[in-house]
Design a protein around this ligand. Structure first.
Ligand SMILES: [Zn+2]
Length: 312
């Protein structure tokens, strides 16, 4: 008994549209299909919304029977999950100690290259590269889906989601080791993304408006929205003079974590530094105190802001 799979793209439950995906997938078996489904793209270069996988069984007398096997949903969620499934070996910094039996008296490598190295206690040193890599990749992914949210605001929201929801500590990564021709080597470094992280990312990429995305990250960080948010009408990106930024909360400025300010200062993303409301000719801070202070230390004359406008 033999199996064969083929795949059809479904636009929604009513319309079945066969695309080039189908011919590409015909005749796959077992593991081949898994790899194919993971990387599937339509002729438009992005993952299909939904596919149905059909399984054809060929009996010994040569009769083929084709039945629906499973339905898979793609879209933003598929691409985001694929991203976190990657090997981050060359994105995070890590360190390995090697143990060589041949240097401890063993004759294992006599008259040959040393091939006995064993990796002991591989450790992650820094995950800073991970954050910027993931942010850049997420921006690329979202561009494929032509989001409604303004690109600068989307980048801002994605940065907030990664900062808030992604576990960026070194022990959230898992290093695996394999045998190579010259002793052990690092095979991969994997990251386990939480459901919360993936959920918020999809939420902001697919938000119905820029304001919805901004409200989503404010609520994510603070657990609630300010009373005044009922009057928020829209938000847009303004590039303004740094001297026009004001804070209604000097106490907050004095209690900021200096390490965070330093981190933001070193960050080199061209994304808005915070969320502001316009008061007369000034911009008053709502969120982003650390980035506000980092910007004033950066001595940049102009800064990019997300400015919320209120209804009458
Ligand atoms: Zn050796």
């Amino acid at each position: 008994m033999k199996y064969r799979y083929d795949v059809e793209e479904h636009i929604d439950s009513k319309y079945v549209k066969k695309t080039k995906v189908k011919s590409l997938a015909t005749g796959l078996i077992g593991a081949e299909m898994k790899v194919f489904l993971k990387n599937i793209v339509t002729t438009k270069g992005k993952p299909p919304e939904m596919v149905k996988v059909f399984k054809t069984t060929i009996s010994p007398n040569g009769k083929a029977k084709r039945v629906e096997h499973k339905t898979m949903h793609y879209g933003v969620s598929h691409a985001v999950r694929n991203l976190f499934d990657e090997n981050f070996q060359y994105v995070v910094d890590y360190n390995c100690n090697y143990y060589y039996a041949c240097r401890m008296g063993s004759d294992c490598c006599d008259n040959d290259y040393c091939r006995c190295g064993r990796i002991e206690n591989p450790t992650i040193i820094s995950t800073d590269g991970f954050k910027s890599y993931v942010l850049n990749e997420l921006i690329k992914i979202s561009n494929l889906y032509k989001p409604v949210v303004d690109p600068d605001i989307l980048a801002y929201c994605l940065e907030r989601v990664i900062q808030y929801c992604a576990d960026l500590t070194t022990d959230s990564f898992e290093i695996s080791v394999r045998g190579g021709y010259y002793g052990e080597e690092v095979d991969s470094i994997k990251y386990q993304a939480s459901r919360e992280l993936i959920g918020f990312i999809i939420g902001v990429v697919e938000a119905p408006s820029s304001l919805d995305a901004v409200k989503m990250v404010l609520e994510m960080e603070y657990g609630f929205l300010l009373e005044e948010s009922k009057d928020y009408e829209a938000c847009e990106v303004h590039t303004v003079k740094r001297s026009s930024l004001v804070t209604p909360n000097e106490y907050r400025v004095k209690t900021l974590d200096k390490n965070y300010i330093k981190k933001y200062k070193e960050m080199d993303y061209d994304i808005p530094i915070g969320i502001y409301r316009k008061v007369n000719d000034k911009y008053e801070i709502i969120d982003g105190y650390h980035r506000f202070c980092a910007a004033s230390k950066n001595k940049k004359n102009k800064v990019k802001l997300i400015v919320i406008t209120k209804g009458a």
